[in-house]
Design a protein around this ligand. Structure first.
Ligand SMILES: O=C(O)C1=C[C@@H](OP(=O)(O)O)[C@@H](O)[C@H](O)C1
Ligand SMILES: C=C(OP(=O)(O)O)C(=O)O
Length: 425
């Protein structure tokens, strides 16, 4: 895919459904009694992997024109898969599913693509083992493929060393099958979609500060889940509209859950003109329309408790920082090293290749913005967030930017390039 300096982006758009909420809708719908109808489900490769895994465990999942219907079989209704479950590229599927599988009465194996087989799974193996679960890395190195021998689980309190919604959700889902209460405390609060959705399906779950606590053996009842637009997908349009002179975009129906809205806070601190309109709650999640206008940006600091609230937006925020006046410091972002790619290394490499002034640090980077950026040939490393972030960079830089292996946007936003094109006015 090739990009050059863009004419203004104008008009209205809706980004696809939230990836995290779409995954959870399928998972909880499968474990609930009755039918769960999910509207605005994200038809990206990651969420389709989740559907395939649950179909392999006997769950009937059908599609109508506007919704996904999951015919749940209750907490103990999954059946043993006849072959290894394939999560594709999806860390969320692998880690949340591990929690569910640990408490089943059958054994299973989980694998995925080359990227997923490099991502750390010890972070879920460790807490599940403490609960009495049996989760083994088949190659003995803490990586997938995993073999999970379902067992009765013990409730526990887990102090997580990382602020990760995948770890937290894995433990809470395992807690549904435990013999007592299960709670998780994390250093900073990560996205709380699992907690909100578990509650709406009927689980007894409470949250206090950075601790979430769930009671075992709930009766989950199928629900109607309306998935809001994914703020992580909206992020590329927010960034493009801020950077391209003359742009004005109304991005409708975006999830702005406070555990996900760090990008809005950081943009505000950079001087961005973003109005939050028509804010309301839908299925327990906050949703709004975002009116974004081209703005002159200044540097900022992105660290600490903010990091989990914008973890997937850091690649595109680093692009914004390169175009902003002054210095932006990103710290506490070591988690980016273990995503679909080593995002920290690639952000530093690609920004530098475009002429930006970037100094890598142990857990982030220091970007001195305002130098003119130019295009180049940049590989996606098969990481959807890298492809989309640098597509935006290419639309604001001089010359031509080519993103190679750009198709990986299929993971979270199959129509990304088409939607961008439609807004060029
Ligand atoms: O729980 C989720 O749906 C997700 C949690 C985050 O990962 P971590 O839990 O590893 O931070 C995020 O990066 C991922 O895209 C989706
Ligand atoms: C990290 C991501 O997803 P996952 O961990 O589910 O692969 C992402 O979408 O940026």
């Amino acid at each position: 895919m090739k990009f050059t300096k863009s004419i203004p982006l104008k008009g209205e758009l809706r980004v696809p459904g939230d990836k995290s909420i779409s995954h959870r809708g399928v998972m909880l719908g499968s474990l609930a009694q009755g039918t769960t109808a999910v509207t605005n489900f994200l038809e990206g490769a990651d969420c389709l992997s989740t559907i395939n895994c649950f179909r392999s465990m006997g769950i009937d999942i059908s599609r109508t024109e506007k919704e996904i219907l999951i015919h749940g079989k209750g907490l103990h209704g999954l059946s043993a898969p006849s072959s290894c479950l394939d999560v594709g590229n999806s860390g969320t599927t692998m880690r949340l599913l591990s929690g569910i599988l640990a408490g089943q009465r059958f054994s299973s194996e989980l694998t995925g693509d080359a990227s997923i087989r490099k991502r750390p799974m010890t972070r879920v193996i460790a807490p599940l083992s403490l609960m009495g679960g049996c989760v083994e890395s088949l190659s003995g190195n803490g990586l997938a493929p995993l073999r999970i021998t379902g067992r009765p689980l013990k409730g526990m309190h887990y102090q997580s060393p990382v602020s990760s919604a995948q770890v937290k959700s894995c433990v809470l889902l395992a807690g549904l099958y435990a013999d007592g209460q299960t709670s998780v405390t994390e250093p900073f609060l990560s996205r709380n979609h699992s907690e909100l959705m578990l509650r709406s399906f009927g689980a007894k779950i409470s949250s206090k500060g950075t601790t979430a606590t769930v009671e075992p053996e709930p009766i989950l009842i199928g629900q109607k889940v309306e998935v809001p637009g994914d703020i992580s997908s909206a992020a590329y349009f927010i960034a493009a509209a801020l950077l391209i002179p003359g742009s004005e975009l109304l991005i409708q129906n975006v999830g702005i859950n406070p555990t996900r809205d760090g990008i809005l806070k950081v943009c505000a601190s950079m001087g961005a003109k973003i109005e939050i309109l028509n804010s309301h709650t839908c299925c327990g999640e906050e949703v709004a329309d975002l009116l974004v206008r081209h703005s002159s940006l200044k540097g900022t600091v992105i660290e600490g408790a903010l990091i989990p609230t914008l973890i997937d937006e850091l690649p595109v925020l680093s692009v914004l920082a390169a175009f902003a006046e002054g210095t932006t410091i990103i710290r506490d972002a070591q988690e980016l090293k273990v995503k679909e790619s080593n995002r920290l290394d690639i952000m530093v490499h690609h920004l530098t290749a475009m002429g930006a002034d970037v100094e890598p640090t142990e857990d982030g980077m220091i970007i001195t913005g305002g130098k003119p950026l130019h295009g180049g040939v940049l590989d996606s490393y098969l990481d959807h967030r890298i492809a989309m972030a640098f597509a935006v960079a290419g639309m604001a830089a001089e010359g031509e930017t080519e993103i190679t292996r750009a198709d990986c946007v299929d993971i979270s936003y199959p129509d990304f390039y088409k939607d961008l094109e439609k807004l060029k006015k």
